[in-house]
Write a new protein. Sequence first.
Length: 83
Amino acid sequence: MINITLSSLRNNEEFFNINDIAKIVNGRKKEEVGFFVPKALKKEFEAFVGEIEKKKKRKLLQRVVKASKKDPMGDGVIDDGIV
């Protein structure tokens, strides 16, 4: 991974020819702004982001299941199952 400052983004030719993930840093404040992923790593990055999204959805569904278990329905009662 390489570090790139926001000011170096102005030189587009140099920036877009990199083949490695770049960490973008605000040079004045010395704080991380984000990351740049080149096209060469697109498939791997999309798979990585897809796994993160699946984990988020799984966690949300587990919360719904737990809430449903805590809020049982009685006979003849209509309920959404969420506390």
